[in-house]
Write a protein that binds this ligand. Structure first.
Ligand SMILES: [Zn+2]
Length: 238
């Protein structure tokens, strides 16, 4: 690193700073994205459980109704047997009435049962489908989170390398430039350098004199933005 001019060291440093910012952003976003995937997965799992509970309720209600239809059918059989042994007309009418009421009850319950069967089948299909989707999604999320973990580790390794390179470069700067660089780096959240584009500093968007732009194009010189103080080391052409 020794023998580098302030300009050359700054160019190298600016590249590292950009890389550091990218890696910092990546390292921050990867766990957030993984968390988002987990939250989504948990929500889908809840949804499936809710659906499954709905299915179980419909299934229980169906069994209850089936049992009740059985009971009423037995009752009907009993009434019919009794019909053979009634003595009076009044008893006969009364039994006929009971039979009519029971048959009506059974008919209503059978209608309800048909509806329930539909519901049970529909919910069962939905539960099966959602379960398959969820199994696939769970595997996908696990794979994505594993990959994110590997990428995070990689980013952290790269960050350490970038930091080491920055530390090695810093002594190449003259003392005054180094002190200013550190101050700017702190102040502007890691952006001590800016490019000039369309005649303005890309750090603060204040004009850069045309003469400076021309000299920047020639390269090799370190400028300070008159407004924000950032080091301007390059011109981004349109
Ligand atoms: Zn500026």
């Amino acid at each position: 690193m020794e023998g580098l001019s302030d300009f050359d060291a700054s160019v190298a440093l600016a590249e590292l700073d950009v890389r550091k910012k990218e890696l910092d952003a990546l390292a921050a976003s990867l766990p957030t994205e993984a968390e988002g995937r987990d939250v989504d997965l948990a929500a889908r799992r809840d949804e499936l459980e809710k659906l499954q509970r709905g299915f179980e309720i419909a299934q229980r209600e169906r069994r209850r109704l089936e049992a009740e239809v059985d009971d009423k059918t037995q009752l009907l059989g009993k009434y019919r047997t009794q019909l053979d042994s009634v003595k009076t007309n009044k008893e006969y009418q009364s039994l006929q009435h009971e039979i009519a009421v029971t048959r009506e009850d059974i008919s209503l319950m059978e209608d309800k049962l048909l509806e329930l069967l539909d519901e049970v089948e529909r919910t069962q299909r939905e539960v099966d489908e959602k379960r398959r989707t969820l199994e696939q999604l769970t595997a996908d999320v696990a794979a994505a989170n594993e990959e994110a973990k590997a990428r995070l580790k990689d980013a952290e390794v790269q960050l350490i390398e970038v930091e080491e390179k920055r530390k090695r470069l810093l002594p190449a700067l003259s003392q005054a430039v180094r002190a200013e660089y550190k101050r700017l780096f702190e102040r502007y959240g890691g952006n001590a350098f800016a490019a000039a584009a369309e005649g303005v500093c890309q750090g603060c968007f204040v004009n850069v004199p045309a003469k400076v732009v021309a000299e920047l194009r020639a390269g090799g010189k370190l400028y300070r933005c008159e407004s924000c103080g950032r080091f301007i080391i390059s011109v981004v052409e349109e």
